[in-house]
Design a binder for this molecule. Structure first.
Ligand code: FAD
Length: 290
């Protein structure tokens, strides 16, 4: 490995400037639970590492006008242990709480999970279902991008050179809302999702679903938002018929690969099942909030 420079900028703008000005290969370092493994394996050999864990804006969780904002470098375990956050966004916590082990979650961040751009990243479908938006800073200033538009394929993102994700904005939560994320893995933990599904829904006073978002992971080159699946829930009481239609829409949206962990047919079927189960949990959580 060549000589490596290690920087600890104090602001997102300083981090982005370092990244933009880098001559050779440069990488943002959040928890390092993906990056250090890639470096050890020789897959990346950065000349510059920009550690973002010391940037206050990127490591805090806050309410802004009644809506949650959390930094891209907040460790998953901080979200898992934040009871107030978990009450509002239990599905986002479901995703964060599935990453690796407690030790891994103590380092791993939602920003790193998103920007590593694995199609099987566990926090991403939950964040897409939540309607989260990524705040990005770079050489051309700031912009906001819906989570579903950040990863574009395995290991690839829509971030331009010098851009970093600084934080995530979650929408203000209407009453009677619930969300949930479930994944299927062949083992009980420390495995990569074979399929994942996140569902977020809101009910009116009569128990009719007024809005929904459904997202799936590990069944395409990136996590997908499935508007047809959400449409199958809206206007219904999320009954068996609506859930069946939603599961069918989810399966129709899958375009998975075949590999040793599951065939295409298997993933397509199981994804519908996982989405139905996630919707049932989201429904229960929404009802408990009424
Ligand atoms: C034992 C083990 C188990 C795991 N289990 C799971 C699992 O169950 N589910 C799962 O989804 N993942 C799992 N992972 C993968 C990894 O832990 C997650 O993807 C984690 O969220 C990555 O976050 P990080 O902060 O460690 O990212 P890092 O490794 O620091 O960064 C990952 C990539 O994103 C870039 N990056 C990081 N932050 C930013 C930012 N703010 N802006 C721009 N680019 C950025 C980095 O430059 C790097 O390319 C596991 C890893 C290990 C080692």
């Amino acid at each position: 490995m060549n000589e490596m420079r290690y920087e600890t900028p104090a602001t997102p703008e300083a981090a982005a400037a370092l990244l933009a000005g880098a001559k050779g290969q440069a990488r943002v370092l959040a928890g390092g639970t993906d990056l250090l493994i890639q470096m050890r394996g020789g897959r990346v050999e950065p000349e510059l590492l920009i550690d973002i864990k010391g940037i206050p804006e990127m490591t805090s969780v806050a309410l802004e006008n009644g809506a949650y904002r959390f930094g891209a470098a907040v460790p998953c375990m901080v979200l898992v242990e934040d009871k107030a956050f978990g009450k509002v966004w239990p599905g986002v916590v479901d995703g964060a709480n599935l990453i690796g082990s407690i030790q891994v979650r103590g380092r791993a961040t939602v920003g790193g999970n998103l920007c590593n751009a694995s199609p099987a990243a566990d926090t991403v479908p939950a964040m897409i279902a939540a309607g989260a938006v990524a705040r990005i800073v770079g050489p051309n200033g700031k912009r906001e991008v819906p989570i579903e538009n950040v990863a574009t394929g395995p290991g690839k993102t829509s971030l331009a050179k010098g851009e970093i994700v600084t934080s995530f904005l979650l929408p203000k939560r209407p009453p009677n809302s619930g969300d949930a994320y479930l994944r299927f893995i062949p083992r009980t933990e420390m495995d990569i999702a074979v399929v994942g599904a996140g569902v977020n829904l809101t009910l009116d006073d009569k128990g009719v679903c007024t809005q929904a978002r459904v997202a799936i992971g590990a069944v395409a080159e990136r996590a997908l938002l499935v508007p047809d699946a959400a449409a199958a829930l809206v206007g219904t009481k999320v009954d068996a018929d609506a859930l069946k239609k939603m599961a069918a829409a989810v399966s129709a949206a899958c375009r998975p690969i075949d590999d040793k962990r599951g065939t295409k047919e298997y993933r397509i079927k199981v994804c519908g099942v996982m989405a139905r189960r996630a919707a049932e949990i989201a429904l229960e959580r929404a009802r408990r909030k009424s």
